[in-house]
Design a protein. Structure first.
Length: 87
């Protein structure tokens, strides 16, 4: 019996390394330059993956002071493919 779960299982299992970031609502961020994929881990426990994100956006996220606002106003509105991995 064949179940078509491979894609979803890979999505959950292949989590990129994330580095802690200083933010009241965000916990960590990870970026895969080859796949142009950004992962944001929120302090609430939810993890969101954005695809098609240029590396410059990740670098900006690491350097801006208002990281949560940057994600909310720039990343969320950037038209990137958004996938909720957890939470």
């Amino acid at each position: 019996m064949h179940h078509n779960l491979d894609h979803h299982q890979k999505t959950f299992l292949t989590s990129m390394p994330r580095r802690p970031i200083r933010s009241t609502s965000l916990k960590a961020a990870g970026y895969d330059a080859a796949a142009q994929t950004l992962e944001i881990e929120h302090r609430s426990g939810s993890i969101v993956r954005y695809t098609g994100v240029p590396e410059t956006m990740y670098q900006m996220l690491l350097t801006v002071s208002g990281k949560a606002m940057f994600v909310e106003q720039v990343i969320e509105r950037g038209g990137y493919e958004r996938e909720q991995l957890r939470g």
